[in-house]
Design a protein around this ligand. Structure first.
Ligand SMILES: [Zn+2]
Length: 151
């Protein structure tokens, strides 16, 4: 028995007692893409022919004309499932994804590391060298020696 409330193609809520939602029925006529088919069969990103075959048999059994006599929607969908299986079986596996574009952040991260190293070495160096008092500090110190009662 068909799931009465979920469209098997787009997995969206569907009118009860309909095989496919209206949108998907109309889209059966359009040329489907690979992602349409992988979603149809619920395949993983790294699907193989074994996974495809298992998913195909499940759908084909469910929408076979013998199981749904006189149901023209199920018939149309069965044909669609077969078309999808043929297309994906011919392909044999998922289309390799194009390599990701180089991240723009990489240059910035590298620069950040260099800057951090420079700051770190500067701070380390400063930690080891005694801080020379400013002229004002030296002057105040000598004045204190002369006048120790001041603020
Ligand atoms: Zn649908």
């Amino acid at each position: 028995m068909l799931n009465p409330t979920i469209c098997p193609k787009c997995l969206q809520p569907n009118e009860p007692a309909r095989t496919l939602c209206w949108k998907c029925l109309r889209s059966l006529a359009e040329a489907p893409t690979e992602s349409d088919y992988t979603r149809l069969f619920g395949l993983s990103r790294s699907w193989n022919s074994t996974e495809l075959k298992a998913a195909y048999h499940q759908l084909a059994r469910r929408y076979h004309p013998d199981v749904n006599p006189g149901n023209r929607e199920a018939d149309a969908f069965f044909k669609y499932v077969n078309k999808g299986y043929e297309a994906l079986a011919k392909q044999g596996g998922p289309t390799p994804a194009p390599p990701p574009p180089p991240k723009q952040d990489e240059g910035i991260a590298e620069l950040n590391d260099k800057l951090r190293a420079v700051v770190h070495s500067y701070l380390e160096e400063r930690k080891n060298t005694p801080v020379k008092p400013t002229r004002f500090q030296t002057l105040t110190k000598s004045l204190r020696r002369l006048w120790p009662f001041g603020p």
